[in-house]
Design a binder for this molecule. Sequence first.
Ligand code: NAP
Length: 503
Amino acid sequence: MTRLIVSIAGQELESLVSRAQTAMAEGADLVELRLDALTVAPTSLEAMAAHLPTGRWIATYRSRTEGGAGDLADALVGRLLTVAADAGAIVDVEESLLARDVTVSDPKATPIIVSHHDCAGRPESPARILAQSEERGVAVVAKLAWRSDTVSDVIEACRLMGERPEGRIVIPMGEKGLAARVLAAKFGAWGSFCAPDASSATAPGQVTLSDMWSLYRWDRINPETRVLGVIGSPVAHSLSPALFNAQFADAGWNGVYLPWRIDSEVELQDFLNDCRRQAWFGAHGFSVTIPHKAAALRLADDVEPLAERIGAANTLVHVSNGWRAFNTDYVGALVAIEMGMGLDSGEFKGLRVAILGAGGVARAVVAGLCDRGAIVTIYNRTAERAGELAGAFGCRIGRWDERVRLDCDLVVNCTSVGMHPQTEASPLPPEAFEHRPAVFDTVYNPMQTKLLRDASEAGCGTIDGVTMFVQQAAAQYRIWTDQDANPTLMEQVVRAKLTTGNA
Ligand code: NAP
């Protein structure tokens, strides 16, 4: 069983103990107390230990050279950890301290963690460092953490944890390594560190205890759990992990959906190659968002004709010969319009539609509308892009400044104007609604954009972006699982997150 460890740092003993007790009550298997931040004498530790169950707390003294706040002399650190071990703690000793022949008293039946932190980046040979710690003899658990610059480090960390189940903790630190903290449970690590709450992380990339349980469903992760997630930059505030993990739970489908922050096409290529070559990792499928939808198409081994025609892929699934790419924005937008306007698929013919924007989403929306016989006019700030998109799908072009005099049945905003945090911006002035078109905003954060508020005030029917978001996700779920999703549940999750401002 991989232990869920909440790491707590603070200057005062009392608050440290009460926060540790709270974390245990909220589901932490162990708490790590960061002694390097304390301002009290080592002897106070015994008093503290009286309030903590033996063997359920880790005493850590992290030196400045390894990213902590500690600057005590080696001998004092040794004494401090010895007091902690005698008081019932599992101790975390830096490998470099042992290398300088500092002794920590025999921790008897409790294990000892020998750790190494590299704040500069990935060490040349993580395996060698772990082996070195393990060779110390005293080490029951070897821990290695490094500042990670690439998501491929997650696969490396999982491989190292899986090589010695119950014996290692390997952490690529930072946002790119977040998945390894969750997947530690799949690969049988000794433990995984998390934060007590969002404002108290003791290392970059830590997930909160409550997200470990309720978002990633820590207790459901096992060796067979499939690995999925959203690839993009930024992804930290994506709603997709909440939506998909809730769907997996509802269906009893064994998968975990994580954020994968990828900044360049090279990083994406390396990651997809690594997943392809290392099938044991269990990468099953990914959603792809800004800025990688075109790159996903280029890097896939096999592309469905629709995605090829659109020129963008938002879905990848791992199949026997590699990565297959799909576009589900197309179906998501069509279903949202059908539901919002009460149309069936045959009733799009002759519908006069104004599209604002000519980016990735516009391409999918335009493809769907043209396939169903709508008469589409494209307005885009950059005229060349409008011309290129109109040429690809045989639609009309309007000048960007002409969008204020629209005479059509439906307007679709495919620009990012009005998206959080620019919530008071709109791609259309209020006078553009004179002919009362239906207005569909693909932007879903916020749900009620300024465009939709103005349109509603002018008496237009409106469709927000959440339905499209949910429907494109439901189509992704079908691709990954061959099962139908529960869009009602997905929609509830997304609307609740957006309503509480938790997105
Ligand atoms: P994209 O490829 O970067 O395209 C952005 C579009 O917005 C371009 O046409 C761009 O015009 C235009 N634009 C940006 N800033 C503008 C401004 N200040 N004034 C006028 N036009 C501006 O992005 P995308 O992938 O198409 O995504 C666009 C939006 O769709 C996102 O912001 C997101 O909210 C929404 N979306 C919704 C869903 C859903 O499921 N509901 C899914 C994906 C995306 P230029 O060509 O002139 O730069």
